[in-house]
Design a protein around this ligand. Sequence first.
Ligand SMILES: NC(=O)c1ccc[n+]([C@@H]2O[C@H](COP(=O)([O-])OP(=O)(O)OC[C@H]3O[C@@H](n4cnc5c(N)ncnc54)[C@H](O)[C@@H]3O)[C@@H](O)[C@H]2O)c1
Ligand SMILES: [Zn+2]
Length: 362
Amino acid sequence: MKKIRVNLKENSYDIVVGHNILSGLGAQIRALDIGDDAIVITNSVIRKLHGKALSKSLAKKRISVKFLEVPDSERSKSATVAFRLIQQIAKMDVKKKMFIIAFGGGVIGDLAGFIAAVYKRGIPFVQVPTTFLAQIDSAIGGKVAIDLALGKNLVGAFYQPKIVFSDVALLKTLSNRQVRNGLAEAIKYGVIKDKKLFSYIEKNSDKLLSVDLKTTTSVVLECSRIKAKVVSADEKERKGIRTILNFGHTAGHAIESACAYNRYQHGEAIGIGMRIAGAIACQRKMLCSKELQKLEDLLDKVGLPAKAKGIKLSPVMRAVSHDKKIIAKKNRLVLPQGIGRVRVVEGVPTSVIKQMVTRYMA
Ligand SMILES: NC(=O)c1ccc[n+]([C@@H]2O[C@H](COP(=O)([O-])OP(=O)(O)OC[C@H]3O[C@@H](n4cnc5c(N)ncnc54)[C@H](O)[C@@H]3O)[C@@H](O)[C@H]2O)c1
Ligand SMILES: [Zn+2]
Protein backbone atom coordinates (compact mmCIF):
# COMPACT_ATOMS: atom_id res chain seq x y z
CA MET A 1 0.00 0.00 0.00
CA LYS A 2 1.49 3.36 -1.05
CA LYS A 3 0.38 6.84 -0.11
CA ILE A 4 0.41 10.08 -2.08
CA ARG A 5 -0.42 13.37 -0.39
CA VAL A 6 -2.67 15.97 -1.97
CA ASN A 7 -1.48 19.20 -0.34
CA LEU A 8 -4.33 21.65 0.12
CA LYS A 9 -3.76 23.15 3.58
CA GLU A 10 -6.76 22.18 5.76
CA ASN A 11 -8.26 20.22 2.86
CA SER A 12 -5.21 17.95 2.40
CA TYR A 13 -5.67 14.20 2.10
CA ASP A 14 -3.99 10.95 1.13
CA ILE A 15 -4.47 8.84 -1.95
CA VAL A 16 -3.88 5.23 -0.95
CA VAL A 17 -2.94 2.89 -3.80
CA GLY A 18 -2.36 -0.84 -3.77
CA HIS A 19 -3.92 -4.11 -4.84
CA ASN A 20 -6.07 -6.41 -2.71
CA ILE A 21 -6.15 -3.80 0.02
CA LEU A 22 -9.90 -3.32 0.46
CA SER A 23 -9.84 -5.18 3.79
CA GLY A 24 -7.74 -2.32 5.15
CA LEU A 25 -10.25 0.43 4.28
CA GLY A 26 -12.05 0.31 7.66
CA ALA A 27 -8.82 0.92 9.55
CA GLN A 28 -7.89 3.85 7.29
CA ILE A 29 -11.29 5.45 7.83
CA ARG A 30 -11.17 4.88 11.60
CA ALA A 31 -7.81 6.65 11.71
CA LEU A 32 -9.40 9.70 10.07
CA ASP A 33 -12.05 9.95 12.81
CA ILE A 34 -14.79 11.12 10.44
CA GLY A 35 -17.70 9.13 11.79
CA ASP A 36 -19.24 5.79 12.72
CA ASP A 37 -21.94 5.44 10.11
CA ALA A 38 -21.14 5.02 6.43
CA ILE A 39 -23.66 5.79 3.70
CA VAL A 40 -22.31 3.93 0.69
CA ILE A 41 -23.52 5.34 -2.61
CA THR A 42 -23.10 2.80 -5.40
CA ASN A 43 -24.98 0.89 -8.10
CA SER A 44 -26.19 -2.71 -8.16
CA VAL A 45 -23.40 -3.93 -10.49
CA ILE A 46 -20.60 -2.73 -8.23
CA ARG A 47 -22.41 -3.75 -5.06
CA LYS A 48 -22.90 -7.31 -6.34
CA LEU A 49 -19.24 -7.61 -7.31
CA HIS A 50 -17.52 -5.93 -4.40
CA GLY A 51 -20.10 -4.80 -1.82
CA LYS A 52 -19.53 -7.64 0.62
CA ALA A 53 -15.79 -7.06 0.80
CA LEU A 54 -16.41 -3.38 1.49
CA SER A 55 -18.98 -4.07 4.26
CA LYS A 56 -16.68 -6.60 5.88
CA SER A 57 -13.79 -4.19 6.00
CA LEU A 58 -15.93 -1.51 7.66
CA ALA A 59 -17.70 -3.89 10.05
CA LYS A 60 -14.33 -5.07 11.32
CA LYS A 61 -13.82 -1.55 12.64
CA ARG A 62 -17.40 -1.21 13.92
CA ILE A 63 -18.51 1.21 11.24
CA SER A 64 -22.19 0.75 10.36
CA VAL A 65 -22.97 0.45 6.64
CA LYS A 66 -26.04 1.50 4.69
CA PHE A 67 -26.00 1.05 0.90
CA LEU A 68 -27.91 3.46 -1.33
CA GLU A 69 -28.11 2.32 -4.96
CA VAL A 70 -28.64 4.43 -8.05
CA PRO A 71 -29.22 3.28 -11.63
CA ASP A 72 -26.06 2.44 -13.57
CA SER A 73 -26.11 5.46 -15.88
CA GLU A 74 -24.75 8.97 -16.41
CA ARG A 75 -28.40 9.97 -15.89
CA SER A 76 -27.93 9.29 -12.18
CA LYS A 77 -25.88 12.51 -12.05
CA SER A 78 -29.17 14.42 -11.93
CA ALA A 79 -30.97 16.72 -9.51
CA THR A 80 -33.79 14.17 -9.25
CA VAL A 81 -31.54 11.32 -8.15
CA ALA A 82 -29.40 13.57 -5.94
CA PHE A 83 -32.38 14.97 -4.04
CA ARG A 84 -34.00 11.55 -3.68
CA LEU A 85 -30.82 10.34 -1.98
CA ILE A 86 -30.53 13.48 0.16
CA GLN A 87 -34.09 12.90 1.44
CA GLN A 88 -33.23 9.29 2.28
CA ILE A 89 -30.06 10.35 4.07
CA ALA A 90 -31.89 13.04 6.07
CA LYS A 91 -34.46 10.46 7.23
CA MET A 92 -31.73 8.14 8.47
CA ASP A 93 -29.80 10.92 10.15
CA VAL A 94 -30.92 10.37 13.75
CA LYS A 95 -28.29 10.04 16.45
CA LYS A 96 -25.69 9.19 13.87
CA LYS A 97 -22.25 10.37 12.91
CA MET A 98 -22.58 9.97 9.21
CA PHE A 99 -20.17 10.19 6.33
CA ILE A 100 -20.48 9.22 2.68
CA ILE A 101 -18.51 6.66 0.70
CA ALA A 102 -18.53 6.98 -3.10
CA PHE A 103 -18.14 3.37 -4.23
CA GLY A 104 -17.99 3.32 -8.01
CA GLY A 105 -16.74 5.03 -11.14
CA GLY A 106 -16.80 8.71 -12.01
CA VAL A 107 -20.59 8.87 -12.14
CA ILE A 108 -20.94 7.67 -8.55
CA GLY A 109 -17.95 9.74 -7.38
CA ASP A 110 -19.28 13.00 -8.84
CA LEU A 111 -22.81 12.37 -7.54
CA ALA A 112 -21.85 11.17 -4.05
CA GLY A 113 -19.35 14.00 -3.69
CA PHE A 114 -22.00 16.52 -4.71
CA ILE A 115 -24.39 15.16 -2.08
CA ALA A 116 -21.64 15.23 0.56
CA ALA A 117 -20.88 18.85 -0.36
CA VAL A 118 -24.43 20.14 -0.02
CA TYR A 119 -26.08 18.01 2.66
CA LYS A 120 -25.93 20.09 5.88
CA ARG A 121 -23.48 22.36 4.02
CA GLY A 122 -20.99 19.52 3.85
CA ILE A 123 -20.35 16.18 5.54
CA PRO A 124 -17.15 14.11 5.21
CA PHE A 125 -16.78 11.84 2.22
CA VAL A 126 -14.45 9.10 1.06
CA GLN A 127 -13.68 8.10 -2.50
CA VAL A 128 -13.35 4.38 -3.18
CA PRO A 129 -13.01 4.50 -6.98
CA THR A 130 -13.73 1.26 -8.84
CA THR A 131 -12.94 2.19 -12.46
CA PHE A 132 -9.53 2.84 -13.96
CA LEU A 133 -10.66 6.33 -14.99
CA ALA A 134 -11.94 7.13 -11.51
CA GLN A 135 -8.76 5.89 -9.79
CA ILE A 136 -6.44 7.99 -11.92
CA ASP A 137 -8.64 10.99 -12.54
CA SER A 138 -12.16 11.69 -11.32
CA ALA A 139 -11.77 10.64 -7.66
CA ILE A 140 -8.83 13.00 -7.18
CA GLY A 141 -9.18 16.76 -7.01
CA GLY A 142 -12.57 17.43 -5.48
CA LYS A 143 -14.57 18.33 -8.56
CA VAL A 144 -18.08 17.12 -7.74
CA ALA A 145 -21.14 17.74 -9.85
CA ILE A 146 -24.46 16.76 -11.32
CA ASP A 147 -25.64 17.40 -14.88
CA LEU A 148 -28.43 19.57 -16.27
CA ALA A 149 -30.30 18.91 -19.52
CA LEU A 150 -28.36 21.93 -20.83
CA GLY A 151 -24.97 20.41 -20.19
CA LYS A 152 -22.79 18.12 -18.13
CA ASN A 153 -21.40 19.06 -14.70
CA LEU A 154 -23.19 22.42 -14.66
CA VAL A 155 -24.11 22.25 -10.95
CA GLY A 156 -21.27 21.44 -8.63
CA ALA A 157 -18.51 22.45 -6.31
CA PHE A 158 -14.92 21.92 -5.35
CA TYR A 159 -15.28 19.63 -2.35
CA GLN A 160 -12.35 17.45 -1.38
CA PRO A 161 -12.68 13.89 -0.06
CA LYS A 162 -11.03 12.90 3.23
CA ILE A 163 -9.17 10.06 1.51
CA VAL A 164 -9.02 8.39 -1.91
CA PHE A 165 -8.66 4.64 -1.50
CA SER A 166 -7.73 2.91 -4.76
CA ASP A 167 -7.67 -0.88 -4.70
CA VAL A 168 -6.43 -1.80 -8.17
CA ALA A 169 -7.72 -5.38 -7.78
CA LEU A 170 -11.25 -3.96 -8.13
CA LEU A 171 -10.41 -3.15 -11.75
CA LYS A 172 -10.16 -6.88 -12.57
CA THR A 173 -13.93 -7.01 -13.11
CA LEU A 174 -14.06 -4.11 -15.58
CA SER A 175 -14.96 -4.76 -19.21
CA ASN A 176 -12.17 -4.40 -21.79
CA ARG A 177 -13.87 -1.28 -23.05
CA GLN A 178 -13.75 0.29 -19.59
CA VAL A 179 -10.06 -0.57 -19.26
CA ARG A 180 -9.29 1.10 -22.59
CA ASN A 181 -11.31 4.08 -21.46
CA GLY A 182 -9.04 4.50 -18.45
CA LEU A 183 -5.92 3.90 -20.51
CA ALA A 184 -6.77 6.93 -22.63
CA GLU A 185 -6.47 9.14 -19.54
CA ALA A 186 -3.25 7.38 -18.51
CA ILE A 187 -1.76 8.13 -21.94
CA LYS A 188 -2.91 11.73 -21.48
CA TYR A 189 -0.83 12.01 -18.28
CA GLY A 190 2.17 10.64 -20.15
CA VAL A 191 1.86 13.26 -22.88
CA ILE A 192 1.29 16.22 -20.58
CA LYS A 193 3.90 15.48 -17.93
CA ASP A 194 5.81 12.25 -18.07
CA LYS A 195 7.69 10.77 -21.00
CA LYS A 196 8.74 7.79 -18.88
CA LEU A 197 5.15 6.96 -18.08
CA PHE A 198 4.31 7.15 -21.79
CA SER A 199 7.10 4.68 -22.62
CA TYR A 200 6.06 2.41 -19.75
CA ILE A 201 2.52 2.25 -21.15
CA GLU A 202 3.95 1.59 -24.62
CA LYS A 203 6.04 -1.33 -23.35
CA ASN A 204 3.36 -2.80 -21.11
CA SER A 205 0.18 -2.21 -23.07
CA ASP A 206 -0.79 -5.90 -23.16
CA LYS A 207 -0.33 -6.29 -19.43
CA LEU A 208 -2.33 -3.13 -18.84
CA LEU A 209 -5.13 -4.31 -21.11
CA SER A 210 -5.40 -7.51 -19.08
CA VAL A 211 -5.14 -5.55 -15.79
CA ASP A 212 -1.97 -7.24 -14.61
CA LEU A 213 -2.00 -6.06 -11.00
CA LYS A 214 1.62 -5.07 -10.58
CA THR A 215 1.80 -3.11 -13.85
CA THR A 216 -1.58 -1.46 -13.43
CA THR A 217 -0.78 -0.46 -9.85
CA SER A 218 2.37 1.35 -10.97
CA VAL A 219 0.41 3.23 -13.63
CA VAL A 220 -2.36 4.16 -11.15
CA LEU A 221 0.34 5.38 -8.75
CA GLU A 222 2.17 7.47 -11.34
CA CYS A 223 -1.01 9.05 -12.72
CA SER A 224 -2.30 9.75 -9.19
CA ARG A 225 1.00 11.45 -8.41
CA ILE A 226 0.68 13.72 -11.42
CA LYS A 227 -2.93 14.60 -10.72
CA ALA A 228 -2.16 15.21 -7.02
CA LYS A 229 0.66 17.55 -7.94
CA VAL A 230 -1.38 19.53 -10.44
CA VAL A 231 -4.35 19.80 -8.07
CA SER A 232 -2.10 20.79 -5.14
CA ALA A 233 -0.73 23.65 -7.25
CA ASP A 234 -4.12 24.89 -8.45
CA GLU A 235 -7.00 23.53 -6.34
CA LYS A 236 -9.78 25.56 -7.90
CA GLU A 237 -8.52 25.91 -11.46
CA ARG A 238 -7.76 29.59 -10.98
CA LYS A 239 -4.10 29.67 -11.97
CA GLY A 240 -4.38 27.93 -15.29
CA ILE A 241 -2.25 25.01 -14.07
CA ARG A 242 -5.13 22.52 -13.95
CA THR A 243 -5.91 23.45 -17.56
CA ILE A 244 -3.24 21.07 -18.84
CA LEU A 245 -5.36 18.14 -17.62
CA ASN A 246 -7.70 19.10 -20.42
CA PHE A 247 -5.33 17.90 -23.15
CA GLY A 248 -7.52 16.14 -25.73
CA HIS A 249 -10.67 17.29 -23.97
CA THR A 250 -11.71 20.26 -26.14
CA ALA A 251 -12.35 18.15 -29.22
CA GLY A 252 -13.08 15.11 -27.03
CA HIS A 253 -15.94 16.79 -25.19
CA ALA A 254 -17.21 18.20 -28.47
CA ILE A 255 -17.32 14.68 -29.94
CA GLU A 256 -19.09 13.33 -26.84
CA SER A 257 -21.72 16.04 -26.92
CA ALA A 258 -22.18 15.87 -30.71
CA CYS A 259 -23.23 12.23 -30.34
CA ALA A 260 -25.37 12.93 -27.27
CA TYR A 261 -23.02 10.97 -25.00
CA ASN A 262 -24.12 7.60 -26.30
CA ARG A 263 -21.73 6.47 -29.02
CA TYR A 264 -18.36 7.11 -27.44
CA GLN A 265 -17.28 6.74 -23.87
CA HIS A 266 -15.25 9.57 -22.40
CA GLY A 267 -11.84 7.94 -22.86
CA GLU A 268 -12.62 6.97 -26.44
CA ALA A 269 -13.65 10.52 -27.29
CA ILE A 270 -10.60 12.09 -25.68
CA GLY A 271 -8.42 9.56 -27.49
CA ILE A 272 -9.64 11.10 -30.74
CA GLY A 273 -9.33 14.55 -29.13
CA MET A 274 -5.65 13.88 -28.35
CA ARG A 275 -5.03 12.90 -31.98
CA ILE A 276 -6.68 16.14 -33.11
CA ALA A 277 -4.69 18.27 -30.62
CA GLY A 278 -1.52 16.43 -31.70
CA ALA A 279 -2.23 17.12 -35.36
CA ILE A 280 -2.84 20.82 -34.65
CA ALA A 281 0.45 20.95 -32.71
CA CYS A 282 2.16 19.26 -35.63
CA GLN A 283 0.75 21.79 -38.08
CA ARG A 284 2.12 24.57 -35.83
CA LYS A 285 5.52 22.86 -35.71
CA MET A 286 5.29 22.32 -31.94
CA LEU A 287 5.37 18.56 -32.37
CA CYS A 288 7.23 16.62 -35.03
CA SER A 289 5.37 14.13 -37.18
CA LYS A 290 7.33 11.24 -35.64
CA GLU A 291 6.02 12.13 -32.20
CA LEU A 292 2.47 12.47 -33.46
CA GLN A 293 2.88 9.02 -35.00
CA LYS A 294 4.13 7.66 -31.66
CA LEU A 295 1.03 8.98 -29.94
CA GLU A 296 -1.28 7.61 -32.61
CA ASP A 297 0.48 4.23 -32.59
CA LEU A 298 -0.03 3.89 -28.85
CA LEU A 299 -3.69 4.89 -29.05
CA ASP A 300 -4.10 2.31 -31.85
CA LYS A 301 -2.24 -0.34 -29.86
CA VAL A 302 -4.58 -0.09 -26.89
CA GLY A 303 -7.57 -0.24 -29.22
CA LEU A 304 -8.88 3.30 -28.98
CA PRO A 305 -10.82 4.49 -32.05
CA ALA A 306 -8.81 6.29 -34.73
CA LYS A 307 -11.71 8.32 -36.08
CA ALA A 308 -15.07 9.60 -34.92
CA LYS A 309 -17.73 7.82 -36.90
CA GLY A 310 -21.16 9.06 -37.87
CA ILE A 311 -20.77 12.57 -36.54
CA LYS A 312 -21.27 15.79 -38.50
CA LEU A 313 -18.67 18.55 -38.43
CA SER A 314 -21.03 21.39 -37.49
CA PRO A 315 -22.12 20.17 -34.01
CA VAL A 316 -18.49 19.38 -33.17
CA MET A 317 -17.37 22.87 -34.20
CA ARG A 318 -20.29 24.40 -32.29
CA ALA A 319 -19.27 22.52 -29.17
CA VAL A 320 -15.61 23.52 -29.65
CA SER A 321 -16.66 27.17 -29.73
CA HIS A 322 -18.58 26.73 -26.45
CA ASP A 323 -15.57 25.26 -24.70
CA LYS A 324 -15.24 26.46 -21.10
CA LYS A 325 -11.57 27.35 -21.56
CA ILE A 326 -12.45 30.14 -23.99
CA ILE A 327 -11.49 33.55 -22.62
CA ALA A 328 -12.50 36.81 -24.35
CA LYS A 329 -13.70 34.88 -27.41
CA LYS A 330 -10.26 33.42 -28.05
CA ASN A 331 -10.13 29.65 -28.02
CA ARG A 332 -7.43 28.08 -25.85
CA LEU A 333 -6.05 24.69 -26.68
CA VAL A 334 -3.70 22.45 -24.73
CA LEU A 335 -1.14 21.36 -27.32
CA PRO A 336 1.81 18.98 -26.93
CA GLN A 337 5.37 20.22 -27.33
CA GLY A 338 6.78 16.76 -27.62
CA ILE A 339 5.83 13.78 -25.47
CA GLY A 340 5.88 14.84 -21.82
CA ARG A 341 5.21 18.54 -22.18
CA VAL A 342 2.24 20.66 -23.18
CA ARG A 343 1.53 24.35 -23.62
CA VAL A 344 -1.72 26.31 -23.61
CA VAL A 345 -2.05 28.08 -26.96
CA GLU A 346 -4.52 30.89 -27.59
CA GLY A 347 -6.36 31.83 -30.73
CA VAL A 348 -5.71 28.86 -33.04
CA PRO A 349 -7.56 29.79 -36.28
CA THR A 350 -10.92 28.06 -36.61
CA SER A 351 -9.96 26.97 -40.12
CA VAL A 352 -7.04 24.94 -38.70
CA ILE A 353 -9.23 23.34 -36.04
CA LYS A 354 -11.84 22.53 -38.68
CA GLN A 355 -9.27 20.95 -40.96
CA MET A 356 -7.86 18.71 -38.22
CA VAL A 357 -11.26 17.74 -36.81
CA THR A 358 -12.29 16.74 -40.35
CA ARG A 359 -9.17 14.60 -40.69
CA TYR A 360 -10.30 12.49 -37.74
CA MET A 361 -13.89 12.01 -38.79
CA ALA A 362 -15.04 9.00 -40.75
N1 LIG B 1 -14.73 14.90 -11.15
C1 LIG B 1 -13.81 14.83 -12.09
O1 LIG B 1 -12.74 15.42 -11.97
C2 LIG B 1 -14.08 13.99 -13.30
C3 LIG B 1 -13.04 13.71 -14.20
C4 LIG B 1 -13.30 12.87 -15.27
C5 LIG B 1 -14.57 12.32 -15.44
N2 LIG B 1 -15.56 12.63 -14.55
C6 LIG B 1 -16.91 12.02 -14.68
O2 LIG B 1 -16.77 10.63 -14.56
C7 LIG B 1 -17.85 9.99 -15.24
C8 LIG B 1 -17.31 8.82 -16.02
O3 LIG B 1 -16.71 7.92 -15.11
P1 LIG B 1 -16.36 6.39 -15.50
O4 LIG B 1 -15.67 6.36 -16.80
O5 LIG B 1 -15.73 5.82 -14.31
O6 LIG B 1 -17.80 5.78 -15.81
P2 LIG B 1 -18.93 5.12 -14.87
O7 LIG B 1 -18.91 5.68 -13.51
O8 LIG B 1 -20.20 5.22 -15.64
O9 LIG B 1 -18.49 3.60 -14.81
C9 LIG B 1 -18.39 2.87 -16.00
C10 LIG B 1 -19.09 1.52 -15.92
O10 LIG B 1 -18.29 0.62 -15.17
C11 LIG B 1 -19.09 -0.05 -14.19
N3 LIG B 1 -18.17 -0.38 -13.10
C12 LIG B 1 -17.63 0.45 -12.18
N4 LIG B 1 -16.74 -0.20 -11.43
C13 LIG B 1 -16.72 -1.48 -11.84
C14 LIG B 1 -15.99 -2.63 -11.46
N5 LIG B 1 -15.04 -2.58 -10.54
N6 LIG B 1 -16.23 -3.78 -12.14
C15 LIG B 1 -17.15 -3.83 -13.14
N7 LIG B 1 -17.86 -2.77 -13.55
C16 LIG B 1 -17.64 -1.61 -12.91
C17 LIG B 1 -20.15 0.95 -13.86
O11 LIG B 1 -21.28 0.32 -13.29
C18 LIG B 1 -20.44 1.55 -15.23
O12 LIG B 1 -21.33 0.74 -15.95
C19 LIG B 1 -18.52 11.06 -16.07
O13 LIG B 1 -19.73 11.42 -15.46
C20 LIG B 1 -17.54 12.23 -16.02
O14 LIG B 1 -18.18 13.49 -16.11
C21 LIG B 1 -15.32 13.44 -13.49
ZN1 LIG C 1 -11.14 13.13 -18.91
